[in-house]
Design a protein around this ligand. Structure first.
Ligand code: NAD
Length: 481
């Protein structure tokens, strides 16, 4: 059993001032695997005070100095990749091989992309030739509260902590109380890199406690949040009185529009993507819209993918999917599967209950519903489990209308070999991202959404800008530059 009750504040590991114990549950066997502390207001205050005190010096450092710290963090992150992969696998149930190949490496990918963006970033820019004595300065916003979820823990932590460090912000990270172990490893990495005391602080806690304390704290200048729409709305309201910047990365209900002329792997790819990480990805393509002429064939293929997707403990080697993260998520997903049946969708693979042979652990059967209509609950709400909804469409306009008929707007997907059609669709789908023919976004592309998916843009140049204030300066002396 791992015991890690301390918080990382002002450059050292300190005992909680007001903490209470909280068990971390291994979702593969439902057993406690670690004990952490959930902090109280005094802990948040201490961390914010440390971050505030460190801001003046850190914000004034030469950008090259900050870059050197981040490069050091990257090196140590790579050295500690196995510790990180084990922590993620244990806390949230990603199978160990997938944890190594995707979860941990998503962090390295983001750090690398931020380094590239930073090297070309202009913190001081001319306004234009019409105003030679004007400059636009991009300046760190101040103390940032970073609140992260459990599903891609290092993906989210690196998307926030690295740009905050690079831009000269100081910060308090509150990771998910369900998956805090990877963030503890991350704090050890930041410490080993020698980042000055107070610049990066970690306080474990829950949303009601440390999450709310950060959102309402007068000395916190911004909250960068990834998680549910419910918590995103609560944070926006809580942060209003202190006029914080609030950046929200929330859920999704991505449409995957598959035309009859799609490549032959399109349905397999879409179903696998939906089940990846046991369906616990905000950008999962959970609504598969299929052109009617290939509809029956697509259902058959998706069923084969579901039935051949192995489900097993996160601790076993192999390319299976693991459990979902918690008892609460398990129950929620079971409720959605039942609701799909009750509302008249055609269950063609999976269903309620655990997969055969698995009696303990939060394991869910990879499930496919056909003949889903877009007003059913399973088509409207984010399930966050391995559940795919398939529905037919007759023409391009209808596909666009169904895809856009959702409160969410994170990632939509298009599969067609007709380039002109793909280009049209990419501009008409209302979402922050559109990925087509299995091509993922390039390095440094912004991640984020519209509507209930939140409106943050993380990663690359846009991810740096989220942590910066824009200052307009006139009367600048170009000769003295
Ligand atoms: P959650 O909203 O319950 O928790 C996320 C974090 O917010 C946790 O650290 C939690 O402690 C904290 N929190 C909860 N309530 C809070 C409050 N009132 N004030 C302050 N903090 C609060 O979400 P979750 O269950 O951990 O994560 C799953 C959700 O995250 C899904 O909806 C998923 O789609 C979304 N997500 C979005 C993205 C994205 O980039 N758009 C990425 C990953 C996950």
């Amino acid at each position: 059993m791992i015991e890690k009750r301390e918080f990382y504040i002002n450059g050292e590991w300190v005992s909680p001032l007001a903490g209470r114990d909280c068990e971390v549950i291994d979702p593969s066997n439902e057993e406690p695997c670690a004990v952490i502390s959930l902090g109280g207001t005094e802990d948040t205050n201490a961390a914010v005070a440390a971050a505030k005190a460190a801001f003046e010096d850190w914000s004034q450092t030469d950008p090259e100095v900050r870059l050197a710290y981040v490069e050091k963090i990257r090196d140590i992150y790579v050295e500690r990749a196995e510790d990180m992969s084990k922590a993620i696998s244990l806390e949230m149930g990603a199978p160990i091989e997938m944890s190594r190949a995707s979860q941990t490496t998503s962090g390295t990918w983001h750090i690398d992309n931020f380094i590239t963006a930073f090297k070309n970033f202009e913190f001081l820019r001319p306004l234009g030739p019409h105003a030679p004595d004007n400059r636009i300065a991009m300046e760190p916003i101040g103390v940032a509260g970073l609140i992260t979820p459990w599903n891609w823990p290092m993906n989210q932590v690196t998307l926030k902590a690295i740009p905050a460090l690079l831009t000269g912000c100081t910060m308090v990270l509150k990771p998910s109380e369900i998956a805090p172990l990877s963030s503890i490893v991350f704090a050890e990495i930041v410490h080993a890199a020698g980042v000055p005391a107070g610049v990066f602080n970690l306080v474990n806690g829950d949303g009601v406690g440390v999450g709310t304390d950060l959102s309402t704290h007068p000395d916190v200048d911004m909250i960068s949040f990834t998680g549910s729409a419910r918590a995103g709305a609560a944070i926006s309201k809580a942060a209003a009185d202190t006029f914080k910047r609030v950046c929200l990365e929330l859920g999704g209900k991505g449409a995957n529009v598959i035309f009859a002329d799609a490549d032959e792997k399109a349905v397999v790819r879409g179903a696998r993507h939906c089940f990846n990480n046991t369906g616990q990805s905000c950008n999962a393509p959970t609504r598969m819209l299929v052109e009617r002429s290939i509809y029956d064939q697509a259902i058959e293929t998706a069923v084969k993918v579901a039935e051949s997707t192995k489900v097993a403990s996160a601790h076993l080697d192999g390319n299976h999917i693991g459990p979902v993260v918690s008892a609460a998520q398990y129950e929620k997903i079971q409720g959605y599967i039942q609701k799909g049946i009750d509302e008249g969708a055609r269950l063609v693979a999976g269903g309620v209950g655990r997969p055969e042979g698995l009696n303990r652990g939060y394991f869910v059967r990879p499930t496919v519903f056909a003949d889903v209509s877009n007003d059913m609950t399973i088509a409207r709400e984010e399930i966050f489990g391995p559940v795919l909804s398939i529905m037919p469409f007759d023409n391009e306009e209808e596909a666009i209308a169904i895809a856009n008929d959702t409160n969410y707007g994170l990632t939509n997907y298009v599969q067609s070999q007709d380039g002109a059609k793909r280009n049209r669709l990419s501009r008409r789908l209302r979402s922050g991202m559109v990925e087509m023919n299995g091509q993922s976004r390039g390095a440094g592309a912004p991640f984020g959404g519209t509507k209930t998916s939140g409106r943050a843009r993380e990663g690359g140049v846009w991810g740096l800008e989220e942590f910066l204030e824009v200052k307009a300066i006139s009367g600048w002396d170009p000769a003295a530059e």
